[in-house]
Ligand binder design. Sequence first.
Ligand code: S3P
Length: 171
Amino acid sequence: MKNIVLIGFMGVGKGSVARELIKHSDYIAIDTDDIIESMQNRKIKEIFKTDGEAYFRKIENDVAKWLEKSVRDTLISTGGGFYKVKNLKKIGTIVLLDSSFEEILARIHAHPNAEKKLKKRPLLSDLEQAKALYEQRRPEYLKLADIVVDVTHKSALECSQEILKKVKKYD
Ligand code: S3P
């Protein structure tokens, strides 16, 4: 099995889809933000605050090199900006979770931990800027994706089933 690399904007549901997908397949799951937090022994928010975004992006590139070299048969969920790493397409089949910005905000706000979800994402602190970032990134996500899953009105389980059906062709 080729790795599956889940990309998409903050809050689109990469984590929830990953959790459903591993329940119904033989993939194991890892998350690039979790790897970075354990490598650094601190939260993403802290890394942004102390060392800045450029430093965080450098670590993402280091993680990407390791993934390409050493990780197989794995579902890799990524932070919303991870798609910019140089070797993304060499890591696995790229699956984009796609949604409108409004739907993403609605999802975050509907979550019981909404406040926590907003707090831990420095790039969501200003909504105008977050929307501009979404608009800049969406065409770039679409260009890189092998598979696009529109998550609108779909449960995490439904998205995961759609992914499992579509990735077969890429193995
Ligand atoms: C980021 C998204 C975050 C995290 C960091 C930067 C981004 O991950 O990697 O705050 O640039 O979009 P999620 O997409 O899991 O929120």
